[in-house]
Structure formats: structure tokens, C-alpha cells
Design a protein around this ligand. Sequence first.
Ligand code: NFS
Length: 657
Amino acid sequence: MPDGKSIDPATLEVLEIAESECISTAFSRAEEIQPCPTGASGRCCKNCFMGPCRFIGETTHGVCGASLTTIAARNLARSIAAGTSAHSDHGRDMAFTLLAAAKGQAPGYEIKDVAKLHAVAGLMGVEVGSRSKEEIAIDVANKAIAEFGKQNDNLIYLSRAPQKRQEIWKKLGIAPRGVDREVVEMLHRTVMGNDQDPEHILLGALRTSLADGWGGSMLSTDISDILFGTPAPVRSQANLGVLKEDEVNVVIHGHEPTLSMLLVQAASDPEMIAYAKTKGAKGINLAGICCTANEILTRQGISVAGNFLQQELAIITGAVEAMVVDVQCVMEALVPLSARYHTKLITTSRKAKIEGALHIQFDEHDAVNIAKKIIRTAVDNYPNRGRVRIPDVTNQMIAGFSHEYIAYMQGGIYRQSFRPLNDAIIAGRIRGAAGVVGCNNPRVGHDEAHIGIIRELIKNDVLVVTTGCGALSAGKFGLLTPEMMDLAGPGLKEVCNTIGIPPVLHMGSCVDNSRILTVLTQMATEGGLGDDISDLPGVGIAPEWMSEKALAIGAYFVASGAYVLFGVESPFSEVPELTKLVGEGWEKLTGGKLEFEPDWLKIVDKSIAHIDAKRKALKLPDYDPEKFAKSKTYLPGDALTPEVYAAGKRSLAGVDA
Ligand code: NFS
């Protein structure tokens, strides 16, 4: 058994195969490659070629004289700019797809959610009147596109934040202008010999991150909803067991929903299914990995094969005819790995090719034909299958809690609001709220921190919302079903029972963290919980982060007033001054703070302590775990082992049947 690498039995099963057959995976490579201790702790600067300068031993300054804090702040700022660019470039592509669809130049796409289009038009100052949806969509798309290139004005969506927050941004000078301008300026400021005041660099980083959260990501979410529908709860399944032995398996991996949505259509085309049957398959089975999984799960209920660290494992099952990838979080290792099997690795983005992969370039103007071509390529590959070993592990899940749906479920069409949720927090039935989000990282036990933290928080009556690969962890472990209510504390359980929701709400992909910003804003403005996001008894947690995108998300939550905890390790653990600046320093400025805590149990303690402190500051009654009767139904023990997982699964047996 590959010790401690994962708590997911499906992952462990495939890792055992990988180990016994000497197949390299991210798990094994993470063991082979020891991180450079200087770089890992934030003491390396390679922004120019007088270095790289390593701050070790007696070295306190780089060749140019830069201090350790300056270089570490620059590195963090650059990561935040990179993360912002990724989410935002995704958002830009969505806007161009909307424009093409509205102009009738993208067959296969339509404006699916007119109510959302009207809502977004209202937010953007686009006239609705009696105009056609296409006319409105053209204006919305053009306004969205202009948000990226805006030079001096602030982003339109900043006005969606609580008034008080907007004033803080203005006062600090961190209200972002166009997304591109902020990213470019951050890169400029961090080249050699430019901005060398750590506090000033960090303010720039916060402004850049806000261009992500309240700009690129929020636009991406909104436009995806307009094109593909705003998510509402949908039942599906998660983990490698969703792959089918007797069907053509197409795994879709990456981020942008544009191609994946049309692949879903192509795979259900009767002509394609008939074609698959001529090759001896019973049908065509689609499954997602990473955030593409979240996009097609929340809108079309497509099952999830796994999260970030399972991309290679899906191929090792031998059951994947094609893995179709677009952008972000795609490992280059998939090329040599797929060559060991019959799997075709198909790259599709003009922005991301991988040497050795089959490239079928996606173009939204001809999307239907391209999607069919990809599915046909997968079907043609079915007869080439060798040995298949699919772990028999799946769990039921309910996903798709958009902020619109969360408001709707608290009062229906006419009386929707955040009043019931706020009241439950005020009364202490719900102690507070937490967003548990982000990646996997082979440097820590796969899924362990996500699941451990979520379970502890709901046990303590903290409502959890989740996105990204963390949401997929929760799905795999059955935490996204109402049946898991028994793991929640009594107060939270009562509220969830009344509203009819699980104690853990799947809110979408990583760009959909912008939905959490909207929920926080609605809670802050509903009344009774202060008047800004920083007043709320809530936290944001990225327990297994690895991507620069996670740092961008963390930073925009801090800039929006939230306490954000990252697991794994600090990327600047040996730079105490920077640790202080993003902690106490940012707290003084924004009311939010960023902290790195490798021990997930301590993350739980810190989260709960913060929630209780915020409750106190709001003069809410002290949280009393006994008040709403004790829950007697926790799973035995807290050690997160495959056995505990199995116990959780057993409790869902009735549902599975
Ligand atoms: Ni988010 Fe989604 Fe997953 Fe991390 Fe990667 S898929 S955009 S970056 S690994 S959560």
C-alpha cells in the first residue's frame, strides 16, 4: 500500500499498480525530486541574470542590493499576477465566445440563460428594454471584453462589493483598472531595479488579485452561466469508478467549458453512439478531471473521474480512449504515460500544445464539427484497448449551488434572500461559514486535509462551501449529499434539513470562487452580520494548494476582507518580515489576512477561533454546541484512513442502490 500518499481508496488502488509496474506519477516524482530548500522557503531571486541570488548563510542582500523581503514580495506578486492572468484570460475567451454566439457566428452555442443575461446587463449598464437577447448579448460581450483593456477607469464589477469595501479599496489605492493593465503593471514593477518597497509591491499584488476575483473570474462565471445555464443542484457520481469497462471513455480535463460542453452534446449524438457500437462498445462515457469536471458537472451532471492528482491515474486504468485537454493544470507527464497505453492525449487550445500529443485545435466558430471529430477519434481507438483495471470506487454527489440558487432555496422565487442563513448564524445554529477550496499537492496526503478539515468544520456547525479540486475531494468522499448530514453538528444539521441542502455546498470551478464573493457580499449586506465582508464569521482555506492561481484567489479574498489559511507550507517560510506583512500588515489595511499553516488540524482550530472572535465582535451569542442537542452520529474516530472512508461509503449504501 503506498503509505500516506492519499486517503482515497481508488487512488491508492491505482498507485499500487503504478508502483508494481514502475510507472512514474506525480506521487513518485514528488518523492524523487526534493525541493530546493532555498527556493522552497522563499530565499531565491532569479529576476535577472546577475544571480540567481540565494539568500543563505551570511547573504542578506542580492547582487543589486535587494533585501530578502523585497525579493520574496516580488516573487509572491509575480505568482499572483500569473494566477490572475490565467483566470482572466479564460474569462476573456468566454466573452469572445458570447460575442460570436450572439452574432450567429458560433453554431452550437446559444444564449441559454436569458434571466442571467438581463441581470448581467443591468450590472453593466447595458440597456435591456425590448431588445432581443442577441442584441443585449453583443453589448454585454463587448463591455466585458473592454474590461480587460480598460486604462484608467475601475472595473465595473467593483460596485457589486459592499459599499464599505469599495471605500477601503479606494483609500488604499487598490481598486483595479483593466485586468490586463494590472497584470502588466505587476510584471513591470517586479523586473530588476524597479519597485523595491515590499509594502508597496504587496499593495500592487492585492490590486492585481482584485482584478482577478472581481474582474476576470467573475466575468468568466457570469458569461458561462449566460451561455450554458446557471447551475442548480444536480446529482452525479465521482471517482475513477465512473469509467466504464464496456464503453468508450472520454476524459475531459482542463478548465474552459466552451469545448467540453459541446463534447457532451457530441457524445450523446445518436449517430456517434451508433458509431461506437460498430466498434464493439456499448456507448460513449464522458468524465471530467479538474475544473472542466466542475463545469460540466454543475451544468450537465457529467460524472467526475477525479481531481488534479488523478489525471495520470485515469490513464493507468487502461480504460481511457481519449483524454481531451485545453488549458491549465495539465501535466506534461501525460504524454509519455499515454504512450504506454492506447490512450490518445488530445490538446485543443491554441495556447497550450504539448509535444507528442495529438493536437486538434478548437475554434468556437466550428465547435460542433471539432467536437464530433474528437469523439470519433476516441471511438476509433476503442478496439486498441489492452488490459483494463478500473477501481470499483465511486460516491454519489450533489453539485451546482450557484449563489442564485442559494438565495432561491432560502425563500423561493418571490422571497429569496439571505435572511434565513444570516438568522441561523445570528442564533448560533450555524457557527459560521468556510470556503474550503483549491488544488491537490503530492507534497501532502492527497485529499486528506480537504476531507479532514471539512469534516471537522461541519461537525462544529460551520457551513462549508467548496470549489475546484477541493469540491471534487468532497464529492468523492460522499460529503456533498444530504445523507452526510449525520456528520454535521446538530444546529447545522437542523438548518440543512429545513432548507434541504447538504452541509457542504459545491459551488463550482476555481473561477467560480467569484460566486463565493457574491455570497459573502449578500450576507454582509443582508443585515445582522455587520456591513462588510471582514465582519463576517467566516474563513477561506486552501489546504492542499499548489498553483499560482490559488495564490491569486487567496489574495483577492484577503483584499475583500477575509481571513485566508493555506496548507502545505509557506512559499516564504524563511522570510519572517513578509509573513508579517501579509498577516498583521494586510489585516491592518484590509481586515483580512493570509496565513500558511502546514498542520490541517491547526487550520481547523484557527478557523474556529477566528469565527468565534468575529461572532464576539458582532456581539452575537456565544456559540453553544449543546444548545441544539448533541449530535450522536459522527463516524467513529477521526483518523482519516481508507477504512473510515469505507465506513462513510457504507452509510451511503442505501443511496447507491
Ligand atoms: Ni484551481 Fe482548477 Fe485543481 Fe488547483 Fe488546478 S484544477 S483552477 S488550480 S489543481 S483547484
